[in-house]
Design a protein around this ligand. Structure first.
Ligand code: PEP
Length: 251
């Protein structure tokens, strides 16, 4: 059975003290639940403290980004090993904010994905079309193009170790969630791409998350769909009760 995952992307929010308090509040409610897998992704500065706060729980910690090189003169960057040794087991890569605000390309995200896999991190790799692209009927072409670039050269064994997040850009932070049908259509399309590039068995094992304005009130409808294996949650993951409600919608 595919791994179901609820991941929270805290973006550039929460000081260390605030992050530990939020992690502790989530742990109190759902800390011992093994399935779905919960992953919280605080800013780099809070990774170690949050990991320590969650040590005796089932909740995993992830970073929101990392650099593709091992070390060196890359001022302001953080390596995969640094992320790993801060207590992380996951890393979000290729988020649309990284692509639009920090000019990340599919090729760069591919390099980061490979590096994350070499140190044993599970990359959560994001794809998604903009509103203009969707309205122009280009959704499938855009997703397929990103998919080919992001996952270029990955073996079936490697692909089984990644998580894909479908995050339509028009739904991120807008309150305009995709309908379960809209999301399912794209998830099915992505699974089809995986089957074509690898094989049916591999495609059926890969967790595909939906992201974009997921809340406690709309999560269950999304999770009822066959190919939606959980969520990557932004805004609602900053409130313990909302995040917990999303987790409970999966149980
Ligand atoms: C995100 O940024 O990954 C995201 C899904 O944000 P939100 O849930 O706030 O739309």
């Amino acid at each position: 059975m595919r791994r179901k995952i609820i991941a929270g992307n805290w973006k550039m929010n929460k000081t260390i003290v605030e992050a530990v308090a939020l992690a502790a509040a989530i742990k109190r409610e759902v800390g011992q639940i093994e399935h779905p897998v919960m992953v919280i992704c605080p800013p780099f500065t809070a990774l170690t403290e949050v990991s320590m706060a969650l040590k005796d729980s089932e909740i995993q910690v992830g970073a929101q980004n990392m650099h593709q090189e091992d070390s060196g003169a890359f001022t302001g960057e953080v390596s995969a090993e640094m992320v790993l040794t801060s207590g992380c087991s996951y890393v979000i890569l290729g988020h649309s904010e990284r692509r639009t605000l920090f000019s990340e390309t599919d090729q760069l995200v591919n390099a980061k994905t490979r590096k994350a896999l070499t140190v044993g991190l599970t990359p959560i790799v994001c794809v998604g079309e903009s509103l203009t692209q969707r309205q122009a009927g280009q959704m499938e072409t855009v997703i397929e193009g990103q998919f080919n670039g992001l996952l270029d050269g990955l073996s079936a064994e490697e692909i089984r170790r990644i998580v894909i997040a479908y995050e339509p850009v028009w739904a991120i932070g807008t309150g305009q969630v995709a309908t379960p049908e809209q999301a399912e259509e794209v998830h099915r399309f992505i699974r089809g791409l995986l089957a074509r590039q690898y094989d049916e068995a591999t495609a059926s094992e890969i967790t595909i998350l939906y992201g974009g304005s997921v809340k406690g009130s709309n999560a269950a409808g999304l999770f009822a769909k066959e190919n939606i294996d959980g969520a990557l949650v932004g805004g609602a993951s900053l409130k313990a009760d909302e995040f917990v409600a999303i987790v409970k919608a999966m149980i």
